[in-house]
Unconditional design. Structure first.
Length: 620
């Protein structure tokens, strides 16, 4: 497809978007501000009864971001910076929340922790996720180790995958194609392809979901090189889920997933045949049994990881697996006390020169009190029992108070919570720098804020956070892993606002100020802001315009081991969606970095210029 054809396609789609068809229904309902949140308590509670900062990315928002990756979508939220998300696929290098590092962010998929135990960094690789399979994403900011255990120090990203339709058979097919180019080389050649397909349904008490997705990007170099050689990224994912509803109170679901990706990258020599391949296989079970005002929940999974790398240093393979089991009882007393009593078990294994493993067994309890006079209280504790370093206790105290108004409410909230990060297998037993005497990293987080809401039309909130890190794992002069004596402090302010002045228009904005002291704080901007404008042009067509500002920050030049200041930059993205056939066929056009700004996100790595994408979403 040539440049002229791409512009013609865009023009046709835009014309369709401006044509109103009265016989068709509204395409995408606008998000209600008075939403229900789950992740901060494991109960469905109204947002006004939650004392934590929870961001909810709904199915509607995901639909309005078709063609973008999960990392790109999450990166527009307050308090979060995903380094590498604005570059070529395969270059997501860290999820930094509230001035923390990637290892301090926990990723859950359908309630189960996901993390490769064979790698040095325990953070989950967001490249393994396909947006087309996701129903919603909740992001809890702040310490959450009481409910979720290790690594839940700065944020928890809780991802819920799509379920089955109520009818016997339903299906979706999504496909998109786009350009893949830098700001300097606007050639409009196609190099970005994505496809997904799903078949699902419910037959009496039996439900099923089978889906497949793939993503491919070419025509870009991972690093900024004079040769401008091409590095190709490809991704394939298959998911299955089968459920049975034995009664109205008892259900069981079994699921499986296999995800593979192949990523060409640049190491010490940009023109060398550097190639990484990853293969992840996961099987799991989820079950719930309800009784009276309570229920017993089980989430368990076994995941196998294998990564093969080939670069200028030779070939290497890492293998690992883990088992995660989360069993807990939920019970509501007197309609006000929401209690959780549970136990979490995990076992991580990896292959180094010898096999290595550790186990974690954590009992935990949490109580949420929702009064009828405005007071809400969330308290809990967790005893971390580790096979290597013994016991470690964490807790949280999270009060909030709601003042009702004639049209909404004002909420004051505060939180004091501790969290921990378990040393991973490489740090404990790796061939280079392994130290079995390591202690867990410790975090303490203090928060205070206010939220004001007017019905479902307007919400604004401001929150201050202060976090202290101790026992951070680093290296001594012999490159052995040790717990550092120096402490790290991060604090800042997050401001969020959502406004729906009338039914067709939504405005969402956020601003984050972050300051980190104790190290060089690379790749963490001090100032960051986002503005999202959504407009329903007519019953069948919607438009979303996004402005994103990333302030100055530092990065390290690893050739000279000096820190370099990176300039701030601003990006504007556009999305137009059109329902061509009601409930059946949707078309979209997206334009990223519309003004074609040149900028550096990570020192030495390629960033994307103006790029276009067109696609379709077919439902039957």
């Amino acid at each position: 497809m040539k440049k002229s054809y791409l512009w013609v396609s865009a023009a046709i789609l835009a014309v369709h978007g401006l044509s109103a068809q009265e016989q068709q229904k509204d395409s995408i309902p606008l998000q209600e501000l008075q939403e229900v949140v789950v992740s901060d308590s494991k109960f469905e509670l109204k947002r006004e009864n939650s004392g934590k900062t929870v961001i909810k990315i709904t199915a509607q928002e995901l639909e309005r971001n078709q063609g973008r990756t999960v990392a790109e979508i999450i990166n527009t939220k307050s308090g979060i910076e995903i380094a590498g998300s604005r570059g070529r696929d395969g270059d997501v290098l860290g999820v930094f929340a509230r001035g923390g590092r990637g290892k301090q962010v926990l990723v859950l998929i359908d309630g189960v922790r996901v993390s490769d135990p064979s790698t040095f960094s325990p953070e989950y690789d967001l490249r393994l996720l396909s947006p087309s399979t996701i129903a919603s994403i909740e992001i809890i900011k702040g310490a959450a180790s009481t409910l979720y255990g290790t690594n839940a120090a700065t944020a928890v990203i809780n991802i819920t995958t799509k379920g089955s339709a109520k009818k016997p058979i339903a299906g979706t097919f999504q496909s998109s194609v786009g350009t893949s180019q830098t700001a300097e080389d606007q050639n409009y050649n196609l190099g970005n392809f994505a496809n997904s397909a799903s078949v699902n349904g419910t037959l009496d008490k039996f439900s099923y979901v089978v889906d497949f997705s793939n993503r491919y990007r070419s025509r870009l170099s991972a690093s900024v090189t004079p040769e401008n050689e091409e590095d190709v990224f490809s991704h394939f994912s298959t998911n299955t889920r089968f459920g049975y509803q034995f009664s109205k109170d008892f259900q069981v679901s079994l699921y499986g997933n296999q995800t593979k990706y192949s990523n060409e990258y640049d190491a010490s020599s940009a023109d060398a045949p550097n190639l990484g391949k990853s293969d992840q296989k996961r099987v799991g079970v989820s079950s719930s049994f309800g009784y009276g005002k309570g229920s017993i929940q089980l989430n368990a999974a076994y995941t196998d990881y294998e990564t093969n790398s080939r670069d200028t240093f030779g070939e290497s393979t890492t293998e690992g697996n883990n088992i995660v089991v989360d069993l807990y009882n939920k019970y509501v007393f007197a309609d006000s006390w929401h209690t959780i009593l549970g136990v979490n078990y995990s076992k991580d294994e990896a292959v180094f020169s010898d096999d290595a493993e550790f186990t974690i067994l954590d009992p935990y309890a949490n109580v949420v009190y929702v009064s009828d006079f405005g007071l809400n209280l969330n308290v809990g504790g967790r005893l971390n029992t580790h096979s290597e370093y013994g016991n470690h206790f964490v807790y949280n105290v999270n009060p909030s108070y709601v003042f009702s108004t004639s049209e909404g409410y004002v909420k004051l909230l505060g939180s004091y919570a501790t969290s921990y990060i378990t040393p991973n297998l490489t740090q404990l037993f790796g061939a280079f720098g392994g130290n079995p005497d390591l202690e867990p990293e410790e975090n303490r987080t203090l928060e205070g804020g206010i939220e004001y809401t007017i019905n479902t039309k307007f919400r604004v909130s401001a929150l201050y956070f202060d976090r202290n890190e101790k026992n951070t794992i680093g290296y001594d002069q012999n490159f052995m892993s040790i717990n550092l004596s120096d402490e790290i402090n991060a604090n800042g302010v997050e401001v969020e606002a959502s406004w729906r002045p009338f039914d067709a228009l939504t405005l969402d904005a956020n601003y984050t100020f972050t300051e980190r002291k104790g190290d060089n704080a690379i790749r963490i901007p001090k100032h960051k802001a986002n503005l999202n404008v959504g407009y329903q042009l007519c019953k069948t067509t919607n438009l979303t315009l996004n402005y994103a500002y990333t302030g100055e920050r530092f990065d390290t030049d690893f050739n000279t081991f000096t820190d370099v200041a990176l300039e701030s930059f601003s990006l504007i993205n556009l999305y137009i969606g059109h329902e061509l056939i009601p409930n059946k066929l949707n078309l979209f056009l997206s334009a990223d970095n519309l003004l074609n700004e040149e900028y550096t996100e990570i020192l030495g790595y390629t960033t994307l210029g103006r790029n276009f994408r067109v696609g379709m979403d077919l439902n039957f």
